[in-house]
Design a protein. Structure first.
Lengths: 201, 201, 201, 201
DNA sequence: CATGAATGAGAATTCATTCAT
DNA sequence: CATGAATGAATTCTCATTCAT
């Protein structure tokens, strides 16, 4: 359920899969900390505790490692968003649940927030197209719930659903990077909830 | 002769200063477009139309060029923020004027917004400390106005001034990067105003 | 299989070590010929017949290559000096044997003598501290034998052991650089012996 | 009389000549400290307190500055050596006087000693040929006096005049670099005299 | 004579990727 | 599957020299 969780179950997987996870986790940490271009494959394999040869056995290139990280992270989030939407009784409930989950995830994975912020909007990256689609998927899910809330009358009618969705995402990512060291997790989530509540209702 | 030589000196000064500015402008464009690490000094000097040597005559390193760009940009913004606060009659007026200015600036300088997003929070950069202070200055100014509005009763009392300031900044920067190509400038600003109005009031 | 893989590892080890040695040898020749600063890494790797990349795989920097050269050279000499001292029956015998060895070494490795002369006393070099210690070790060994000779009465009592040691070393290095092309090896050594004999006895 | 003395009389010279001297003095210090290749023209002109333009007005190139320094220094020494030989009554007297002067000069101008040691024997320098001739002149003068002493019977007959001259020069230069910080000037000179006396008599 | 900005060739270093073992 | 040495293109930075003012 969490971004880096797969590795925890690695004991049961074959060694190959485990190595792959070690590399993805290491890539998340290193790239999240230093940015894609500044991160070196040497650092990543050292952090993962494997040789460079295996890294290139599992991934065709450094870019593919990065893609793998974002893909896994955003994929998990999209899945959870969908689950939340299905289970929620109304739009505001779905929105708040998604926000809470999103905020909690980014709080726990500051490096992933970093990664998102610093690399996703960048041109000239092999993965940017595909990854933007991944993020767009998240935004679309949020947008749909806002639109639904507006239609239902549970959210204020003047809201532009997509603009609001992007704004809320930007807000959460920024706050996560700013407040991870300054607020406790629950307090952080409460702040997010309160602010979003007023912005949307 | 004093006058003539002063004029000569001024002319030189101006030419030298102009070169420096050409480099800063070029650095903003290239780094904003590709990120600090991917941008090369070769590209920057080519964009500026000067030789590589002058770049290192005016700036000690590539990092110093980048620092110069962020410093100038954030410095300008802080100055304008202060001017706005002085001239505004009340807190909500100051906030909306600052937001409008901030949104307009980022809309016009998507590259700067990009640069801000991608490089500011990164570890291991020589400038991150100084630049974070610069950004903090902006946030502090906004925070102060929100606090004032809360005290005056013109903004809702449950707002956490600093958290709200950070959220609003994050929202504007993110929206600017997302919507520069999708919305006209005035429409973009209107969206920002509307969203912020509800979030804060 | 353990044996086979150990052999494989040894083979690799040897190949890697051989590359390192090729680089040290090439660095000695090039730096000895042109001086540290004028020598380029390009020249060194070309002389060694390897790529520039490996040079930086084996050595962190050009300075470290140079350190490696001096370290190995002075280390060998110190080892031989110690061996000579152990085997010699008296101080004059030890001194003459060391001198002969030292002269022969420098005669054969004019480039090393050059390197020693031109780089060792220079400020602002990363290695100068460590390398001065290395040279000091040689001087200390010679000093100790002169002191012993003075005590035993086999060398003249007015000698200042350390000053004499430094003088003799300076003399041999200078002569080596001057006479390598002008005198045959044995004749060179004989000259050194004769001069030192009179200076010390 | 001293190597860097010309500048002291600069007040009476025209400004142009004074500037030239400032540059030579600065070049001696900087190159003596860091070596020819590591020393930069920027450092030299900064040390001299003049602009880069004037430096290239007075000297065609960096190499010419260095040549100027060595030329002046060795020229002064050769002149003094000749004066000493003329005034001395016998060979040993001339030799001791020259040695004393040489030792005193190098003690006072450690940077010049450095310069001599690190740059003179180096290949690939524009000035090395001419400068070697300059140094050779000094060695020749010493050699001639040793030869005279051997003929006269005031020095031991087994001495090889030139080899002895080179050895003594190497000894003094090395000792100067080693002992400038460790011995007082007079003590340093006494040690040199004593050692040379025994080596030659 | 003086200044200091500008030039550009070249030097050190990095790093994604390959490949022999 | 695994290792880690090797490659070489790309990148940052330096610096002697020139030249407009």
């Amino acid at each position: 359920m969490a971004i880096a969780s797969a590795a925890r179950a690695a004991g049961k997987q074959k060694k190959s899969e485990r190595t792959r996870q070690l590399l993805l986790d290491a890539a998340l940490r290193i790239i999240g900390r230093k940015g894609y271009t500044s991160a070196t494959v040497d650092e990543i394999v050292k952090e993962a505790g494997v040789s460079k040869g295996v890294a290139y056995y599992h991934f065709k290139s450094k870019a593919e490692m990065a893609t793998g990280v974002l893909d896994a992270g955003l994929g998990n989030m999209a899945a959870e968003f969908k689950r939340i939407v299905e289970e929620a009784s109304d739009a505001p409930g779905a929105l708040m649940a998604m926000l809470e989950f999103f905020a909690a995830e980014l709080y726990d994975n500051r490096e992933f927030a970093h990664f998102l912020m610093t690399e996703l909007w960048r041109d000239g990256r092999v993965w940017s197209e595909a990854m933007r689609d991944r993020l767009q998927e998240l935004i679309d899910i949020i947008t749909a719930q806002i639109a639904r809330g507006v239609e239902e009358g549970s959210l204020r009618s003047t809201l532009d659903p997509q603009f609001s969705a992007v704004s809320v995402v930007g807000m959460v990512v920024t706050d996560a990077m700013y407040y991870t060291d300054l607020l406790a997790k629950q307090s952080f989530i409460d702040h997010i909830r309160a602010f979003a509540h007023h912005a949307l209702s």
